[in-house]
Design a protein around this ligand. Structure first.
Ligand SMILES: *Cc1c(COP(=O)(O)O)cnc(C)c1O
Length: 399
């Protein structure tokens, strides 16, 4: 097939910070997308765990179009009804009192770190600023969010990150040894997503809660990838019975429209007073209307239950693939956030590319696995179609 002239233009004008890309996507419907040459792909990545209602969901599309015809943006000099209603709903869903809105996961974590430091500063504890985070974590790419990210491939070359300590994920003893009266917060993902879908071991989140309480530090739980129903509960930490001091969400919340949010109890409502933090686009009515539509559909179509059921189906299908193909050796994950671990020596990137060429889009899950984060609206037929491709390609690659 002739190479699209768009690819040549892209290679001339786009900053090459992302890996080479040669697929130009054009449109989608449910868990299927088409490229500009009309080729069809089953989408098990959902734009990195974002397009939680699939593509072109009629309720989401209509909510965005209606809001765009009324008011897209008004700045934080003014209020808007969709934003107030969204804040109310999110506080109810997470048992929090206050919502601060921004435009991405990174920004939500940035706000959380600033909140933790400023909270203690205002109480006269000016030496309490250290943040504990975990090896293998991913919290975003601004210098602040990066400073608590525990993977060299993201942090290398961007300078020292004073005031932060990284300890092994799942190791409560290491957290205890790292704690001191200078620790403002512990930040963790409840399931490490970018790191390869590693679930916090039993007792870990509960233990962090206890350690944070003992030292008076904040516990920030980053639910950016796990939140909004992906694991079968609205927040994964809720299913473990752990209440964070600060929750951050983004990715799936807007169904594809950029939005991030920090949620906290009233205790911390004065930590970031007027002027201390903000963002031009944060909480705009367009993104808020989109997120409200996502929350409505999650509720009305019982998509949290669907995430559980679909997830169990995926786990059973993975088990079959592992039994059948030597290249697949294990699985990890929960609900619709899953990883299929490949045999030593197999390159997840090459397998991902082979799957793409065969019509299935998946994600990388750390160094050893493929990651799957399909839409919560994925139909049985779409799921089956994806697994048929997976079965065939893994068979071809298992020698
Ligand atoms: C994706 C992600 C982020 C960063 O979100 P962006 O919207 O890319 O800034 C932070 N934390 C976790 C757990 C993520 O998965």
């Amino acid at each position: 097939m002739a190479r699209s002239p768009l690819l040549d233009l892209a290679s001339q004008v786009l900053y090459p910070n992302y890996g080479p890309r040669d697929l130009v996507l054009d449109r989608g419907e449910g868990s299927v997308v088409w490229d500009t040459d009309g080729r069809r792909y089953v989408d098990f990545g959902a734009g990195i765990a974002v397009s939680t209602l699939g593509h072109a969901h009629p309720r989401l599309t209509a909510a965005i179009a209606t809001q765009a015809g009324r008011l897209i943006h008004q700045s934080n000099l003014f209020l808007s009804e969709p934003n107030i209603r969204l804040a109310h709903k999110l506080c109810e869903l997470t048992s929090m009192d206050r919502a601060f809105f921004c435009n991405s996961g990174t920004e939500a974590n940035e706000a959380a770190l600033k909140l933790a430091r400023r909270y203690f500063f205002d109480r006269g504890e000016t030496e309490r600023y250290r943040i504990i985070s975990f090896d293998g974590s991913f919290h975003g790419r601004t210098l602040g969010a990066l400073s608590v990210t525990g993977q060299a491939k993201y942090t290398q070359g961007f300078g020292p990150t004073p005031g932060t300590t990284k300890v092994p994920f799942g190791d409560l003893g290491a957290v205890e040894r790292a704690l001191g009266s200078d620790v403002a917060a512990i930040i963790t993902e409840p399931i490490q997503g970018e790191g390869g879908v590693h679930i916090a071991p039993p007792g870990f989140l509960e233990g962090l809660r206890q350690l944070a309480d003992r030292l008076g530090s904040l516990l920030i739980i980053d639910e950016i990838q796990t939140g909004a129903g992906r694991t079968g509960s609205f927040l994964y930490s809720q299913s473990r019975g752990v209440q964070a001091d600060v929750i951050t969400m983004a990715k799936a919340l807007g169904g594809g429209v950029p939005i991030g949010v920090l949620l906290c109890p009233a205790t911390y409502e004065n930590a970031l007073p007027p002027g201390s933090h903000g963002t031009t686009f944060g909480g705009n009515p367009l993104a808020s209307a989109a997120a409200l539509a996502v929350l409505d559909v999650l509720d009305e179509d019982c998509l949290l239950d669907r995430a559980k059921t679909l997830g169990e189906q995926m786990a059973a299908r993975f088990e079959q693939l592992i039994a059948k193909h030597s290249i697949a050796v294990a699985q990890r994950g929960l609900g619709l956030l899953r990883a299929l671990v490949l045999a030593d020596g197999a390159s997840p990137k090459e397998v991902m590319t082979a799957l793409r060429d065969a019509g299935l889009l998946v994600l990388l899950g750390g160094a050893d696995a493929l990651r799957f984060a399909p839409a919560l609206t994925t139909t049985d037929a779409e799921l089956n179609e994806g697994f048929v491709i997976l079965d065939r390609v893994l068979g071809e690659l298992s020698t």
